[in-house]
Design a binder for this molecule. Structure first.
Ligand code: GTP
Ligand code: MG
Length: 437
């Protein structure tokens, strides 16, 4: 089977580089580089050094000028690095140019994230999603993997001009691989469609039960899984690493008012999350779109909490969940030295309906958090008048069970009920709303 190259498994010493076009980006660039370092560590690769390269104009060949590129190549050589990891998004040709210049493996941010996702994916759906994203990433980069065959073939490399008798071995291999990759991409898509059907069936099952649900979303490592574990008896892996969770887990909890709420843990977000991955993981992330509200978890002890907040808002918007009611949870307050810092934070979230500070680790604030969840549900109830045929005892039964019925009248064969209904069942009854009202 076609395989994506496995170089990151083999390399050990990385030089991190970010090419910037504006000195005003310096702070943001430093923090992105630090985050890239964590991502690279997650793959088991050591970070030897990092470099910010400033360049005024756009250079097609290396993204920066040839002189700067040579400096980077020399630095990598001096440190005996066996790979250079760029925080920039590269064109396949630029990645190839860098590899030719430096003679070591060159990876970009997207490939790092793809590799982490690949290591973490356990369920069939997650695996298929990652495989698809990796194949799509690799397809335009295949020539990079096989270029050496042409060079070793001595002279046959001229085949790059395309066609004719002079086609190199590498090129033939690329053709084969491209075909295999395309076949595999189609197969992945078919299998995913199948898995998604099952997911939809499960979701419909849940919707039929009418239990409201909330999606726990947020930046990677914010404490989402720890929070789910704390609130339910879930046993989701929660670790100090980026992208610990790739599969969604849903658990039912009971709110203080006795109402049941389904909580779903989701994949964490990161700055410059490859668009391809957001696309590939859309089905998993859709849990957030379909939830009644979002529990947006933030690591309040991080100096970059506001940037994390913004990133999550952007990804949610991209997914079409930007206008969901949102409860902002400032987590890890046990790790915060300065309470003033927290007070400043609590006013910084314009999209939030409510904000609360908690520690998922110590349990501080959990009761209030649950109360706020009830409030989020209550905020969403509506008073409606329904006209339901008496033969539909199932519907009136559901109203009595799950809504607060204020009045009941009988008119001919119909029951006319006025009730305060939660959004979770309002949709199912919409065709029975009494038009005379
Ligand atoms: N000090 C402190 N640490 C916490 C708290 N909540 C979570 N953590 C730690 O933060 C790290 C990340 O927690 P997770 O629950 O795995 O975070 P996540 O948001 O699920 O991360 P991903 O699945 O990687 O996106 C773990 O080491 C947790 O122990 C908290 O309230 N206080
Ligand atoms: Mg997690």
């Amino acid at each position: 089977m076609f395989e994506v190259r496995d170089k990151p498994e083999m390399v050990e010493r990385a030089l991190l580089v970010r090419i910037c076009h504006d000195r005003r980006e310096a702070d943001e660039a430093e923090s992105l580089l630090a985050e890239l370092g964590e991502l690279v560590n997650t793959l088991g690769i050591g970070v030897i050094d990092s470099a910010l390269v400033f360049t005024r104009s756009l250079h097609k060949r290396y993204l920066c000028g040839t002189g700067k590129a040579q400096e980077i190549a020399d630095l990598a050589k001096a440190h005996e690095c066996d790979c250079i990891v760029f925080d920039n998004a590269f064109l396949p040709s630029q990645q190839r140019n860098w590899e030719e210049l430096t003679g070591v493996c060159v990876i970009d941010r997207e490939e790092v994230i793809l590799d982490i996702f690949s290591k973490r994916a356990h369920t069939r759906e997650a695996r298929l999603q990652v495989d698809l994203a990796r194949m799509q990433y690799s397809l335009p980069r295949l020539s990079r993997m096989w270029g050496h065959l042409d060079r070793e073939g001595g002279g046959a490399g001229g085949g790059k001009g395309g066609g004719g008798a002079a086609r190199g071995m590498g090129e033939q291999q690329i053709e084969v691989d491209r075909r295999l990759a395309r076949t595999r991409i189609d197969q992945c898509k078919r299998e995913l469609a199948e898995v998604r059907k099952q997911r939809n069936t499960r979701r419909k099952e849940r919707e039929k039960q009418g239990t409201p649900c909330a999606a726990i979303a947020g930046y990677t490592n914010a404490g989402k899984s720890t929070l789910l574990n704390r609130l339910s008896d879930a046993d989701v892996m929660a670790e100090d690493m980026l992208f610990a969770t790739l599969d969604t887990t849903t658990r039912s909890i009971e709110l203080p008012d006795g109402q049941a709420l389904l909580l779903t843990d989701t994949v964490g977000f990161v700055r410059n999350l490859p668009h391809r991955l957001v696309e590939a993981f859309k089905a998993t992330l859709e849990e957030a779109v379909l939830a009644d509200f979002i529990i947006h978890v933030l690591d309040a002890s991080s100096p970059e909490v506001l940037k994390f907040y913004q990133t999550t808002i952007e990804v949610l918007e991209e997914l079409g969940a930007g206008d969901k009611p949102m409860l902002v949870v400032l987590n890890k307050i046990d790790a915060l030295d300065d309470p003033v810092q927290l007070a400043g934070l609590e006013v910084s979230f314009p999209e939030a309906d409510h904000t609360i500070a908690v520690s998922a680790k110590t349990g501080q604030g959990m009761e209030e958090l649950l109360k706020l969840c009830s409030k989020m549900m209550a905020d969403r109830v509506q008073t409606q008048r329904y006209r339901i045929p008496q033969s539909r005892g199932d519907l009136s039964g559901m109203l009595y069970r799950e809504a607060k019925v204020i009045s009941t009248e009988y008119e001919g064969n119909d029951m006319v009920l006025t009730a305060v209904v939660p959004a979770s069942i309002a949709g199912k009854l919409s065709e029975y709303i009494d038009a005379e009202e």
